[in-house]
Design a protein around this ligand. Structure first.
Ligand code: NAD
Length: 480
């Protein structure tokens, strides 16, 4: 197919069920976070829409499962081609619905293309546990059935594709439920999928707050892969327990960065600041607590402040902007409460602070550093999910490791030092699903990503993630 044949129209946003644009009785509009203008009409799915999508996915499953791995790769390669053909339109759409300035939306679409293509290099082969004169014992990985992906609003495309492609590659059919705050791009991705995949294999349905529970409760759904808050993750797990659905939970984070006394202050302060404020801090694995060795604390903090002051804020059309708005009014209101704690508890700010007065439209918040607040303050203990971060002092290595591990969350953590071996020894003592040395945020389709403790259960991506879309099967052959 020529790349123009893969293009879809960006004017109508409806559910994709059985490869067809499917209207709902009611519609709703989400809001552009940069200017608070209503966007397009989108679906409000009901139980009937859920039943229709699940039944189409169930009907498509036997044939999709029967295909060989290589045949599924062939289909999914065409899907990756089709996504690339729509790259520019998806970037613009993502900018508008997620409130991402151009650099940020382009980065997410880059990650989408990477996940769509490079996940296809993964393969789960049979594992031979025993091959003797008497018998052969192997472990196979077989698909589960109808898979559902429930996705938040902060990376509406990458997180959905990161579930859909492994699910489909492993032989499952897949239904994508986007967040009501950012429903549009998922619907378009499913429409693009409908151009190249058999009906019912890949669908998207959108709606309001009651849609997620309808999907997690559905008896014909075999697995739910959920990304969102820890609080909602617990509800998803409880709902899935009724039919013992498989679950993967990618939940909240409160990532620590430990900065040692031997770092190059100019370089590391710039990197750590970027990893804390990227997408205005609305990233599960953003740096959310920065522990800096006491001997360099003042210089490091001053350098970070200069970096933060240089960040340009702007809307989805702004090619220079690093910081976009908060994605929605609910999160904006939560952050107003977080910022109000500064005055209430007398925390010192090194830069930023509560917005004095809202100017113009859009949910913008000033990037803010809280200077050495107490360890038990809410800004250290809780995930703010916005452009506000505490910087804290440390002196003793064992003590800082304990402080980093004191969180009930354990998504990611990083250690920064010019002594790689020393930093790695510290990092390996941190309780988190990803540990990084002299970086943060590094992810790849061939590496698993997920959380320890209350940051999640199971992992997406890599062969670990692919296995999460399968049941292991023990196969015994007795030689006669
Ligand atoms: P959220 O939990 O409010 O919503 C996530 C999704 O779940 C949305 O699609 C929502 O409609 C749906 N949902 C809500 N209630 C549901 C229910 N009872 N049953 C089923 N689905 C339901 O999260 P959010 O505010 O959209 O996202 C922010 C949170 O997500 C932060 O805590 C962030 O750390 C986390 N997050 C985690 C990762 C990760 O990979 N670990 C990635 C991004 C975001």
């Amino acid at each position: 197919m020529a790349s123009t044949d893969y293009k879809v129209s960006y004017t109508t946003y409806q559910n994709i069920i059985g490869n067809k644009l499917t209207p709902t009785t009611q519609t709703r509009k989400a809001v552009c976070p940069s200017n608070e203008e209503p966007l397009w009409d989108g679906p409000v799915s009901t139980q009937e829409d859920v039943d229709a999508a699940v039944s189409a996915a169930k009907a498509a499953y036997p044939a999709w499962k029967k295909l060989s791995h290589d045949e599924r790769v062939e289909y999914l390669t065409k899907f990756a081609d089709a996504l690339e053909a729509n790259q520019q339109e998806l970037t613009e759409l993502l900018g508008k619905e997620a409130g991402k300035p151009v650099q940020s939306a382009s980065f997410e679409v880059f990650v989408v293309n990477l996940l769509a293509r490079d996940t296809l290099k993964l393969r789960l082969d049979e594992e031979t546990a025993e091959d003797s004169e008497d018998r052969k014992a192997t472990v196979r990985y077989v698909p589960l059935g109808v898979g559902v992906g429930i996705v938040p609003w902060n990376f509406p495309l990458a997180l959905g594709i990161g579930k859909a492609v492994p699910a489909l590659l492993a032989g499952n059919t897949f239904i994508w439920k986007p967040s009501p705050f950012s429903p549009y791009s998922a619907l378009k991705i499913a429409e693009i999928g409908a151009k190249v995949l058999p009906p019912g294999v890949f669908q998207a349905i959108s709606g309001e707050d009651n849609l997620g529970p309808m999907l997690t409760a559905h008896p014909d759904v075999a697995k739910v892969s959920f990304t969102g808050s820890t609080e909602t993750g617990k509800k998803v797990m409880a709902s899935c327990a009724a039919t013992l659905k498989r679950v993967t939970l990618e939940l909240g984070g409160n990532d620590a960065a430990i900065v040692c006394d031997d770092v190059d202050i100019a370089t590391v302060s710039a990197k750590v600041a970027s990893f804390a404020f990227v997408h205005a801090g609305q990233v599960c694995m953003a740096v959310k607590r920065i522990y800096v060795h006491e001997s360099i604390y003042d210089k490091f903090l001053a350098a970070m402040v200069e970096v933060v002051k240089s960040f340009k804020a702007g809307d989805h059309d702004d090619a220079e902007a690093f910081l976009g708005p908060i994605q929605n009014s609910m999160q904006f209101d939560k952050l107003q409460t977080t910022y109000a704690q500064i005055a209430k508890h007398g925390w010192k700010t090194a830069v930023g602070g509560p917005p004095e007065k809202r100017e113009g439209k859009g949910y913008f918040m000033p990037p803010t550093i809280v200077d050495n607040p107490p360890d038990d303050s809410s800004i250290v203990v809780e995930e703010p999910f916005g452009p506000i971060v505490p910087v804290l002092k440390w002196t003793d290595e064992e003590d800082v490791i304990n402080r980093a591990n004191a969180s009930k969350l354990g998504l990611g953590a990083s250690v920064w030092s010019s002594d790689e071996a020393h930093a790695t020894r510290i990092a390996q003592q941190l309780e988190a699903g990803s540990i990084w040395v002299n970086t943060h945020f590094e992810v790849a389709p061939h590496m698993p990503f997920g959380g320890h403790k209350q940051s999640g259960l199971g992992m997406d991506w890599g062969n670990v993630g692919l296995k999460g879309w399968c049941n292991p099967q023990a196969c015994w052959v007795k030689h006669s």
